[in-house]
Design a protein around this ligand. Sequence first.
Ligand code: FES
Length: 102
Amino acid sequence: MSGEFNITLADSGACFPCKQDQNVLAAMEKLGRRGIPVGCRGGGCGICRVQVVAGAGYRTQKMSRAQVSEADLAAGICLACKLIPEGDLTLRVLGLFRRDCD
Ligand code: FES
């Protein structure tokens, strides 16, 4: 087992690796990649909102309930800075859309 998974962004097709103990946003930034908007990096601002649309499993760390409701969680919506992959994942980036709508 490599301990590294592929993260694919559904909208752009961009793809980058993420270690099994690393959050998706940090993995993207470390590689100098873009695609997911970066904010507080702490689960509070909601800028990095994504929806897991396909994948082999993931877990999340503590996120602001103001940004991610129970219903969001059930729909696979979470914050990339608190998203830890447990397999390859495909994500849809929601952060930018959300900001446009506010
Ligand atoms: S960057 Fe602020 S919640 Fe993820």
